[in-house]
Every structure is written in C-alpha cells, then in structure tokens.
Design a protein around this ligand. Structure first.
Ligand SMILES: Nc1nc2c(c(=O)[nH]1)N[C@H]1C(S)=C(S)[C@@H](COP(=O)(O)OP(=O)(O)OC[C@H]3O[C@@H](n4cnc5c(=O)[nH]c(N)nc54)[C@H](O)[C@@H]3O)O[C@H]1N2
Ligand SMILES: Nc1nc2c(c(=O)[nH]1)N[C@H]1C(S)=C(S)[C@@H](COP(=O)(O)OP(=O)(O)OC[C@H]3O[C@@H](n4cnc5c(=O)[nH]c(N)nc54)[C@H](O)[C@@H]3O)O[C@H]1N2
Ligand code: SF4
Ligand SMILES: [Mo]
Length: 740
C-alpha cells in the first residue's frame, strides 16, 4: 500500500444502513505516522445520496478513530479463563484444527456458521462456499434472518425472485407514498429526505405504524395501527380499490395470476371489519384507499414493522397484491420497495447466506442449481446437499443449546445482544464445545463467550463490494492499513479454509479474484447479473445490477422489462402472483399476567448493539441512553413518571429501563430500543424479553410484538457494574428518542 504525506480524498461507501450512501474520506498522516481518516463527507457523484449524509455516516472518522480495535487474535485455554492475545497464525491453526476435529468426530452438521449483512460480498460468498461446498453443511445463517428474510421470501413468492423491482429514482416520481412498518426518518434518513422533497412538491405521504414516529410526524395521513394487524389493513385497502373500480384489469389479465381467488377472499375485509381489527377509523382507511387508487404513480416502503412478524412473508405478499392490482409496478415512480437494513444485506441474499441459498439467487433445493454451483466451485457432482437445511437463526441456536451443533463461527454480528429471546443464544454458546467469533472490536457481548476471537479489518481497510437497497454496487477502497494483525474478513475465512485442507477452493490473492468468481454465478432465470461489473469499472463508478455488459449503462432502474418493453416476471408463467393472505394475530397477545404489548426498534443516532456508534461522543450526546416509552394513561394507572425505572417482563425474561411517558405509543403499548446491552449495565437487554416465535415461511422472529408486564421498580436498583466501551461511557438515563 502506498503511503501519503499530504491529504488525499478517497471514495467509498457508508457502512451503516442499506441506503448505501457514497462517502468521501479525507485521508492524511496521523500522529503515529499511519494513514488515518480525518473527515467524512457526502459524495456528490453517488446516485444514492448526491452528497448528503446523516449523522452516522458523517461521524465515520470519529468512529474509525475510536479505541477498542482488535489488533491480535484472542484465545482462551479453558472456559472461564480470560482470553489472551495470540499470534494470528496460531489462532488460525487452532481454529482450523478444532473445527476439523469436531467435523471428523460428529459430522459436518455439528458446525454452524452465523454471518452478517455487514460483511463484504466476497466474505459472504466465501463463508457460504466453505460451509456448503467444502465442510458440507447447510448450517449457515445470517443476521438477515432477523431482518430481511420476510421481504425476500415474500418477493420470491409474489414476483418470482428476491430484490426490489424498482429504484431510488422512483422516489422522485411517485405521487403517493405508503410507508408501512418503517421509520425512515430515523433509520433511512437520506432516503427520507429524498421522499420529503417529493412530498413538499405535492406528493402525499401515508404512514402506518403503531408508534407516532418522526416519520409519522410528517405524514399527510397517519394510521396508528394496532400492532400486528397490517394484513387486515392491506386486504381492506385492496377491497376498497376493487369496490371503487380503481384496479387495473388490463394489467391483472396480462401480467398476473391468482386474481380469481381475490374478490371472494376480500369479502371478509369490509371497512368496518378492518377498522375493528386494526383500531383505525373507517374514514382513514377509506382515505388511504382513495389516495392510492387515485395516484398516477405510487410506491410503498417497508422495513421491520412488516418483516419482524410471524406473518411477515404474508405482509409482503399482501403489500405486493396492492401494486399488482393497480398495475403500479415496474414503471418509474411505482413499486413495492423493501428498504434493506444493513449496508450489504442485499449482497448477502444474492450470495445465499441464509438456509438453502447458493450464489446468484440459487438454492440447494433445486438440482440444476446445485449442479451449476458444483461446477463453479469445481466440486464432484453430488457434493452439495439438499438435506439438512435449517429453519433459521432461532432454530440454529436451539440446536446448539440441545447439543446437536457443537461448534460455531460467528462473523460480524453480535447475537448475544441481537437475537430474539437471547437466552437460547447464551445457552447455545455455553453448550457448544468450540465458539469462534470474528469482530473488529474486542469488547462485545458475544466475544465474551468465544474460545477464539479473530480480528477482522474494517471496510475502510481493504477492497470489497457492498450492494445497497436498490441493487447498487459500490467498491470500498483501502484508506488505512488494518491495525496489528487484523485482516479482511474474506482473508480470514480463506486462511482458515486453507488450514482445514481446502487450499484448492480458497487460494485467492485479492478480493478482486473472489469477485471475478462471483460474477460467473450470473442467473438468467432471476435476472441477477453482474457480468458487466468489474473492479476496474467500480473504481470509477457504482453500478446497479442487472448489468450484463461492461460498457452498458451504470443504472438499470427497472427490472423484469425486456428489450422490446415487454414485462416478464421470473416465474414459470412469466406472471406475478396474487396470494390471498388472511389476517392472523401476533403469536403472543396480552393477557392478565402480561397485559401490554412491547414493540422494539431503533433510534436515529445509534446503530444496533453500539459497538460502533456507542464510541462516538456526538452521537451519544444525541441519543444518550436506553428507555421504554409508556402511554400517559397507562403510566398514570401504574404510578410511573418520567425517569422512573420500569421492569419490562415477559414469559422469557426481564429488562429494567427508565420510563419516557409519551403519547407516541398507543395505550396498552410500549416501545424500547434494543441498542443498549450488557456492556452498558445489567438488565438493559431488551432481547432478554422479546419473543422468538417465527414466521413459518421466512423463519424471521417477531421482534415487534410480545406480551409484557410493566412494573415501577420502587427502590433504586443496586448500581449495576457498567463496563465502559469508551472513555466516555454511555450513561443509562431517560432520553427522548428524537435527540436532545
Ligand atoms: N439509526 C439507525 N438506523 C438504522 C439501523 C440502526 O440500528 N439505527 N439499523 C438498520 C437496520 S439493520 C434495519 S433492519 C433498519 C430498520 O428500520 P426500521 O424498520 O424503519 O426501524 P425499526 O425501528 O426497527 O422499526 C420500524 C417501525 O416498525 C414499527 N412497527 C412495530 N410494529 C409494527 C406493526 O405491527 N405494524 C407496523 N406497520 N409497524 C410496526 C415500529 O413502531 C417502528 O417505528 O434500520 C437500518 N437503519
Ligand atoms: N429487539 C430487537 N432486536 C433486533 C432488532 C429489532 O428491531 N428489535 N432488529 C434485528 C435486525 S433487523 C438486525 S439487522 C440485527 C443486527 O444485529 P447485529 O448484527 O448483532 O448487530 P451489530 O451491532 O451491527 O453487530 C455487528 C457486529 O460486527 C462487528 N463488526 C462491524 N464491522 C465489522 C467488520 O467489518 N468485520 C467484522 N468481522 N466485524 C464487524 C461489530 O463490532 C458488531 O459486534 O438485530 C436484530 N435484533
Ligand atoms: S442514510 Fe444510511 S448509508 Fe446514508 S449516511 Fe446515513 S447511515 Fe450512512
Ligand atoms: Mo436489520
């Protein structure tokens, strides 16, 4: 790597949310004589953000300068001992040796991989190649199971393939936005700004959320829905579109199948019935239908409020039904747009890093697709298995707790803090014979359970591809060397694979070599196509797939439209499918013992389990600590006032959080962010409480709804040992979710 003496500017991507904003990093020489990032600013040339950044992206330099990076591997001799630093070569050899021994003794299904939508495409691809192709297990899951699984499964069932049919350009053309189960203002701020420009120019914004969020505050029509009742609303809206004669019969006849069943099915969803189930006013439901039905172009945006549900896949189907019925899909300004959470969750889905997936939107469950990938990986026919496919993250940790899975390798995710009903994760990691974690930071809730901790490099320390919410690929660029012995995730995976004896499949010199192999996984059936993308091209500009030719357009905003303008969905018939999806209640409803419903989610200036944003003083000032929101009516009855400590207990566990009394939540409802966990104090982890009931199709857990009791804790709790992540520890305390 060349060193610079003066400041230079490097183009890369923001590694927080799935908007995938382009970032310019000013790089100069630090006091220690190493290249260092001085400042981050928005890249005006990037199509995702045109120069804008939110607070998280804008504080990238502060985050990168924070202490706590792993510079060596950590290894502990015995459980219960403190881990100590170890040379990387030893840690790799030890990991490979232990994994090899466990596979030899117990078979390949005794090893599980748990990976992440925050890894590069190359690392995601190699993790799956190692698991399915070489170890010979289908036990690979990712944190996308907690996040995008329902959207992915829903897209496949409705449209034939995963991924959005449209693009960010649609935000500039839509006349109506339906934002449902998505707090864009806090979680996808740059897209929210883009949408609000259109709203200021006259487009209408409908927001559906049980909580009056910062997004809801900007809505023309806010539908404060009963938790978990979106299916009733979506079916009710379709029913009104039919009644009002606002469907597109030409589109339905030409491009869809399954419509016959819909009118009869919709009989149950008359406005009065829907109002009853959803707790919404009939007039508001009618108004939403009138706006959608009258729109020239309309788009929907959804995120965790729909996905993190025991009927998350059906939610996606019911939302897509509305687009198909109105023909508002695959044309500028219209379409169902799932907003991805993580910076490379889209890439991970394309690499098949959950359950049965194979690269290029393929699956081990399809014989021809196994054969294709066996050839790609130069494996003997019959190597890839169709059996032993798991049922998601929750089941994987359950199998670990049950002793069936004996070793796991966790990369770039913090499941002790982030998995629903996290007790199963803790039991699983304690029961496992060998736990490897791979993180950039030393202190995480999950590293505390590891036998070996491997030091990953940040995205700013090497090349790699990230795919954003709109199928846009951006190349990351090295602006600094990894500290100490830290290595790019893909390199660590390849090193362990080689040490396990798989040199033939894992001897790559560069991320570019890995990417060249990934490109060969082009899938003409789904339209996933990177043939036109090379590192050379990405060094000049981001490219959106499908991209067939290297000299083709960098933007390919609408999928499924062929050269002569015809529309063909990637299903057997070429038609998209209507699915009649009846309303079902959430898995756990309030009762006498647990009379409230807990909703969990995010705040604007913090990221997930705080390993990154928790180290940035500016962000901690804006969102300083954990809280639980309680409605004033309930607070009165429970004797709770602002700042009181409230025990939030479910059948699974408890958290104790400072109260924020607010009308943002509905009576009977409560909301808590899941950011603060054990590193910040005892009883802060909201996932001690949440429900691990899963959607039967996507296996995504229902983080958004569980029954809890709320109790004011009278005496102050004994002071919990707060382990500071940084010199400026985040102090738990009452805090509104909208900044100071
Ligand atoms: N600041 C910040 N931004 C982030 C992240 C972060 O940690 N911090 N994480 C990123 C990731 S990985 C993701 S997945 C996204 C998540 O982005 P979002 O999904 O927008 O964020 P959440 O806060 O999880 O939940 C969204 C909304 O769902 C609502 N909701 C709950 N139950 C229901 C329901 O039954 N129906 C409906 N209609 N709505 C419901 C909640 O009240 C909440 O407002 O954010 C990404 N961006
Ligand atoms: N209650 C509740 N729980 C939830 C949710 C919710 O809405 N409510 N949302 C769920 C969702 S949508 C998601 S996506 C998950 C997120 O859950 P996690 O993935 O567990 O959250 P992160 O804090 O992002 O964890 C990423 C880890 O990887 C490390 N890391 C960062 N960059 C790198 C890198 O380049 N390489 C390596 N090796 N490590 C790195 C970080 O330090 C951190 O420890 O949480 C889920 N949990
Ligand atoms: S909107 Fe997302 S990608 Fe853009 S700067 Fe903010 S966190 Fe980064
Ligand atoms: Mo997510």
């Amino acid at each position: 790597m060349t060193s610079t003496t003066s400041t230079s500017q490097v183009r890369t991507v923001c590694a927080y949310c799935g908007v995938g904003c382009g970032i310019l990093l000013d790089v100069g020489m630090g006091p220690d004589g190493r290249r260092t990032v001085l400042k981050a600013s928005g890249d005006k040339a990037h199509p995702a953000n045109a120069g804008r950044l939110c607070t998280k992206g804008a504080t990238t330099a502060e985050m990168l300068a924070a202490p706590g990076r792993l510079t060596t591997a950590l290894v502990r001799g015995e459980r219960g001992e403190e881990p100590g630093p170890a040379p990387m070569a030893d840690a790799v050899a030890r990991t490979a040796g232990r994994l090899r021994a466990i596979i030899d003794e117990h078979g390949p299904d005794a090893l599980a991989f748990y990976v992440s939508g925050q890894m590069s495409l190359e690392a995601q691809y190699l993790a799956n190649k190692l698991a399915k192709g070489f170890v010979g297990t289908n036990q690979i899951e990712s944190n996308s199971r907690l996040c995008m699984a329902s959207a992915g499964a829903g897209y496949k069932l409705s449209l034939g393939a995963d991924g959005p049919p449209g693009s960010y350009e649609d935000f500039d053309r839509a006349d109506v936005f339906l934002v449902i189960g998505s707090n864009m203002a806090d979680c996808h701020p740059i897209l929210f700004l883009r949408m609000m420009e259109r709203v200021k120019a006259g487009a209408k914004l409908i927001v559906v959320d049980p909580r009056r969020t910062a997004t809801a505050a900007k809505a023309d029509l806010f539908l404060q829905i009963e938790p978990g009742t979106d299916l009733a609303l979506l079916n009710g809206l379709l029913r009104l579109l039919v009644d009002n004669g606002q469907t597109d019969p030409g589109f339905i006849a030409e491009h869809t199948e399954g419509w016959e069943a819909m009118p009869g099915f919709l009989a149950d969803y008359a406005p009065a019935a829907v109002a009853e189930i959803t707790g919404l006013a009939e007039d508001d439901i009618r108004e939403a239908a009138r706006l959608i039905g009258g729109a020239g172009e309309w788009m929907s945006c959804w995120t965790m409020g729909l996905n993190q549900s025991t009927h998350g896949t059906w939610n996606t189907n019911a939302l897509v039904n509305l687009h198909l019925a109105t023909g508002a899909i695959c044309r500028p300004g219209s379409g169902p747009f799932s907003l991805t959470g993580q910076p490379n969750a889209m890439g991970g889905r394309e690499m098949g890093y959950m359950g049965p997936g194979l690269p290029g939107q393929r699956s081990v469950l399809v014989e021809a697709e196994r054969t294709f990938v066996e050839e790609l990986w130069e494996l003997p026919p019959g190597t890839l298995r169709a059996d032993g496919v798991g049922r998601g993250t929750v089941e994987m940790f359950q199998k670990m707790a049950d002793g069936e899975i004996k070793a796991c390798w966790i990369i770039c995710t913090n499941p002790v803090a982030s998995v629903a009903n996290r007790r199963t994760v803790i039991e699983g990691l304690e029961a496992a014979e060998f736990v490897v974690t791979q993180d950039v930071f030393g202190e995480t809730e999950t590293n505390a359970y590891a036998d070996v901790v491997l030091p990953g490099a940040m995205w700013t320390e090497g090349e790699g591809v990230f795919v954003n919410s709109e199928r846009g690929l951006t190349l990351t660029r090295p602006v600094a060397d990894p500290p100490g012995e830290a290595m790019a995730d893909w390199r660590i995976i390849a090193a362990v694979a080689c040490a396990m004896g798989y040199e033939k499949g894992f001897s790559y010199d560069s991320a570019e070599d890995v990417f060249e192999e990934i490109r060969r996984a082009w899938n003409p059936v789904t339209g996933w196509d990177l043939r036109g993308v090379t590192f050379e091209r990405l060094r000049a500009t981001p490219v959106q797939w499908p991209a067939a030719e290297v000299d083709g357009p960098a933007r390919n905003p609408i999928r499924y439209v062929d050269q002569d303008g015809g529309l063909r969905f990637p299903t057997a018939s070429g038609r998209a499918a209507f699915h009649a999806r009846p309303h079902l209640p959430a898995a756990e409803m309030p009762d006498d013992d647990y009379p409230f419903l807990l909703n969990t989610g995010r705040v604007q200036h913090q990221w997930h389990t705080l390993t990154k944003t928790g180290k940035v003083a500016k962000l901690n000032k804006l969102n300083p600590g954990p809280f639980v929101e309680v409605h004033p009516r309930d607070a009165r009855e429970l004797g709770i006032t602002d700042g009181d400590r409230v025990e939030v207990a479910s059948r699974r566990g408890r958290a104790v959080l400072p109260a924020v009394v607010t009308e943002r939540v509905r009576p009977g409802g409560a909301f808590a962010p899941f950011h603060w966990n054990d590193l910040f104090g005892e009883y802060l982890s909201v996932n001690a409480v949440t429900s691990d009931a899963v959607d039967p199709i996507s296996f995504q857990p229902e983080f958004k709804v569980c029954a809890v009791s709320l109790t004011r804790v009278a005496a102050p709790l004994p002071e919990a040992p707060v382990r500071a992540l940084t010199p400026t520890a985040v102090t738990p305390g009452p805090a509104g979710p909208f900044g100071l």
